[in-house]
Design a protein around this ligand. Structure first.
Ligand code: ATP
Ligand code: MG
Length: 443
């Protein structure tokens, strides 16, 4: 997790920086926005920008947008300047971090931006088979396509492959193609030259160059539009990329891993995904079983998350009671490992006995049966309803399913985070109860 700090490390922000380092963050500091922007352009590996309110947060957000850089900005400042904080959010900051810093909030922000810790727990034979296959091909240079439902651990497995590869000493860069608007994605992947478009004030390197010598994970690769698919194919075939507006190709040495939670052969069938690109990416395919197909992992994962979140939140480590464990193993995990992780995180915070008891386990609503009959019933019951209502219900329900996580909800829904946020703002303005973001530490 790499953080660019805009501001002085002399005061409270310095404390925040030390906490971030303690949580495994790598920091870079700039005294002003221009210096920071220059670093962000030339080094594509930053995950988040932390900008003090004394600097013009809105100008930083606008400059990044104008230069098509998708790194999120978190504003920070002393809590008594509520108006400036509100303005920073209106200006497009992703979050506001009040100073003096609260270690938990920093940990939550880093986790939200970095996508969690990377330990991999594997116990069930079905998952062991997948991991064995992954380890067999890890040392090769082959592209690997990892498929599986949302929350099954596709990114965790990708990082595992990288760690077991000859590129382990190089960078691991992940790019979520679904979370980045189409018009930004090309620059994010391939970078651009000065003058490539009206906001391109200087050369900027993309993720391909940032991943040079290492591994690039293209998350949700099916969401890439067809024109970009062609550019990606060329990059894979020729081992060189063209920066947007560039005149000479740039050599890159990158191994590609890709994920999809759509059925890619079906996407190829309906013409939405290039067949030649599919074959390029799918030299080896790994399918991660859903958590329902590997019940043997549930207890080990629950135990792992209980320990992890006790650590993160500074509360005593407690074991799960027998009843709690039974409840977990009999649940239908539609949200897979991520759902289990969120539930255990909440349980760690709610438990107050010597063990994590059943009363601390708050499971979501029971899974709907997905048989043909219920699907038919679902369609029938939609007839007669207005499109906007159906869309609203789908969005709210999906958010409930992701426990308020906007990024994951947007991914599942196949829309941009910005589009999701706009809709939620609209619903809230009309009095609809919208699940709050980040049910857990940050809330
Ligand atoms: N085997 C595992 N051991 C420990 N933690 C895991 C494991 N699998 C998944 N997780 C955790 O579950 C969460 C979801 O994992 P990950 O992000 O890899 O899933 P994903 O398949 O990429 O999901 P999505 O399709 O939504 O992108 C993460 O917080 C991750 O750390
Ligand atoms: Mg993922």
């Amino acid at each position: 997790m790499r953080v660019m700090i805009i501001g002085s490390l002399a005061g409270e922000l310095g404390k925040a920086a030390r906490i971030a380092i303690a949580h495994g963050g790598k920091l870079d500091q700039a005294d002003d926005a221009n210096t920071a922007l220059a670093r962000l352009r030339s080094d594509g590996r930053f995950d988040v920008v932390l900008c003090e309110l004394t600097h013009n947060v809105g100008a930083v957000v606008r400059a990044l947008a104008a230069e098509r850089m998708a790194v999120p900005v978190v504003a920070c400042g002393t809590g008594d300047d509520a108006e400036a904080a509100a303005q920073a959010i209106r200006d497009g900051a992703r979050e506001f971090l009040p100073l003096p810093p609260d270690p938990e909030v920093i940990a939550a922000i880093l986790e939200a931006a970095a996508g969690e810790s990377h330990a991999m727990v594997v116990r069930d034979p079905a998952m062991q088979a997948t991991v064995r296959r992954a380890e067999q091909v890890a040392g090769s240079e082959a592209s690997v396509l990892i498929t599986g439902e949302s929350g099954t651990g596709k990114e965790v497995l990708a990082r595992h492959i990288h760690r077991r590869s000859r590129r382990a000493g190089g960078p691991f860069i992940a790019l979520n193609c679904a979370a980045i608007p189409d018009n930004l994605l090309e620059s994010e992947l391939f970078g651009h030259e000065k003058g490539a478009f009206s906001g391109a004030v200087a050369r900027r390197v993309g993720k391909f160059e940032a991943a040079n010598g290492g591994t690039l994970l293209l998350d949700e690769v099916s969401e890439m539009d067809v024109r970009l698919q062609a550019k990606l194919l060329r990059a894979l075939q020729e081992r060189e990329i063209d920066r947007l507006g560039g005149s000479a190709p740039v050599r890159v040495n990158v191994r590609i891993l890709a994920t999809s939670n759509r059925d890619l052969p079906a996407e190829v069938q309906r013409g939405a995904f290039r067949e030649d690109l599919y074959f390029r990416l799918n030299v080896v395919s790994l399918r991660i079983p859903s958590l329902r197909e590997r019940p043997g992992d549930i207890a080990a994962l629950a135990d792992h998350f209980a320990r992890h979140y006790a650590d993160v939140n500074g509360v005593p480590n407690r074991a799960l009671s027998r009843e709690a464990l039974l409840r977990l193993t009999s649940h239908t995990w539609r949200g897979n490992v991520r759902e289990l992780e969120n539930i255990i995180h909440r349980a760690v915070l709610l438990a107050d006995g010597p063990q994590i008891g059943i009363e601390a386990i708050e499971l979501g609503p029971p899974a709907q049966t997905r048989g043909a009959n219920s699907a038919m019933g679902g369609v029938a019951s939609l007839v007669g309803r207005r499109m906007v209502e159906v869309e609203r219900d789908l969005i709210i329900e999906t958010l409930g399913h992701t426990l308020g996580n906007r990024t994951h909800a947007a991914t599942i829904l196949g829309i941009s985070i910005r589009a999701l946020r706009n809709k939620l703002r609209d619903y809230a303005a009309h009095g609809v109860a919208v699940p709050p973001p980040a049910a857990g530490v940050a809330a």
